[in-house]
Design a protein around this ligand. Sequence first.
Ligand SMILES: O=C[C@H](O)COP(=O)(O)O
Length: 214
Amino acid sequence: MFILVNLKAYPCDPVEVASAARDVAEDSGVRIAVAPQAAHLSRVAETDVETWAQHVSPVEYGSHTGSTLAEAAAEAGATGTLLNHSENRLKLADIDGSMQAAERADLETIVCANNPEQSGAVAALGPDAVAVEPPELIGGDVSVSSADPDIVRDAVDAVTAVDDSVDLFCGAGVSTGDDVTAAADLGAKGILLASGVAKADDPRAALEDLVSNL
Ligand SMILES: O=C[C@H](O)COP(=O)(O)O
């Protein structure tokens, strides 16, 4: 399993979470990455944790004020990027443009989707993975793997039918090792999560619990 911890815009210490994630990844052998605010990419990458951007813009070098340039994210230490997160939705053409930007900058890509139908649609663009997240469960206390297991199963089927080299991740409400195991049992190859770590009193303990069954 790949666990990607999205720090969103939560008021956590990105370096503290990144250092804990690096240690838990090293101790457990589980792939764990952290996606901080763009302004924190360098500081997070300096911890040696695998570092992802939360978004890159569908632009090249040029007159694009306020954009997040994929090449700049990569130079800051990112090796992958989320795209089309439920909290930062993109038009289809912009998902495609951001994927091309990520490819130019040699960034891995995980494209988010609300449901199995969208999962299949974005799989056609050829990302490394699709992350299905029911918006109503994001930030909640109930994991998608227990609240709506069919959405994960159906998204795995939808993505596999389009391109079986694209992995399906799931997210929303995932906070424990049992949630991670349940997602794996449904066919998910990775987890996208945020509040379970970023809002935890002890992020290191939260991360240790997440990998405890793997
Ligand atoms: O990017 C992360 C997802 O939106 C899940 O967030 P959550 O773990 O707080 O539910």
